[in-house]
Design a protein around this ligand. Structure first.
Ligand SMILES: [Zn+2]
Length: 275
């Protein structure tokens, strides 16, 4: 059975936002003998008898309490990067995925960079109003290690603010630790240049998905984050400048360049989307 759904690949169920750990291979040990069940036994008549005999032996052994079942985890999961502009509901998407996992009785680990203090240090909050406490805050320079407790999925908010090394840690947790890691974040800053974390995610992720939204000024797809200071578009200022007196709005390529190259003023009625 395919238990590893996610989106774009033939081995995954389409439209499912919550990837699962890879299925485990179960080995049985009984009184020094090992039995490995192959799915093909079900379909090959001449092997069916052997399969039944082994199953019977194992059932008897289990009943006698002498069967040891152990699993050998095929530890490989994927690193996902779900990117979008400001206002594309990335965090809402993250919270929905966390809710789905938890509803199925599965454990998620919510991570965010410590420098994102817009909604209080440990809060992951969407503009729609939903919020959850982050389980782990990543400080600058901190290495991310495999959690000791069993976790079904790691969800990372504002992943663009992580360093290359921290993204590499997450990739190792997915590929070597067998835990799916889904990172949400901006692809590029208001100067249309990649953040360090986003660049490494684009280089390393097994799956890259766009969380789409429309331009704030027309009906085309937004791909840029347009920064306004005093209602004028600008490309000045540091890449990370949280909490400053500025506005960020999603814009298509045409509107992005229109605003930057003209002296057009932003209408005061436009929604403020702080970065
Ligand atoms: Zn536009």
């Amino acid at each position: 059975m395919n238990r590893r759904p996610s989106g774009y690949e033939p081995d995954e169920l389409p439209g499912c936002s919550i990837p699962q750990k890879q299925s485990m291979k179960y080995w049985a040990q009984s009184q020094g003998s090992y039995y490995l069940f192959f799915g093909c036994c079900k379909y090959m008549r001449n092997l069916k008898l052997a399969y039944d005999n082994h199953y019977h032996t194992l059932t008897k052994a289990r009943n006698r309490g002498r069967l040891q079942l152990f699993n050998r985890e095929n530890s490989m999961a994927k690193l996902y990067f779900r990117y979008g502009t400001v206002g594309s509901a990335k965090t809402l998407n993250l919270l929905a995925v966390a809710h789905n996992y938890q509803q199925q009785g599965k454990k998620v680990l919510l991570i965010k960079p410590a420098l994102d203090i817009r909604f209080g240090r440990a809060l992951i909050k969407s503009r729609a109003g939903l919020a959850k406490e982050a389980h782990m805050l990543i400080e600058e320079g901190q290495r991310i290690v495999l959690p000791t407790e069993p976790i079904d999925c790691i969800l990372v908010d504002e992943a663009q603010f992580l360093s290359s090394e921290q993204i590499e840690d997450l990739q190792k947790i997915a590929s070597l630790g067998g835990i799916p890691v889904i990172c949400y974040g901006l692809r590029a800053d208001f100067k249309s240049e990649c953040f360090e974390g986003s660049k490494r995610l684009l280089e390393l992720s097994d799956s890259i998905e766009e969380v789409k939204t429309t331009c704030n000024f027309c009906d085309r797809k937004a791909i840029f984050n347009l920064k306004f200071i005093d209602n004028k578009a600008t490309k000045t200022g540091p890449q990370v400048d949280l909490g400053a007196e500025e506005k960020y709005l999603p814009a298509c390529s045409k509107c992005y360049h229109d605003f930057l190259e003209s002296n057009k003023e932003l209408s005061p009625s436009k929604t403020d989307l702080s970065l």
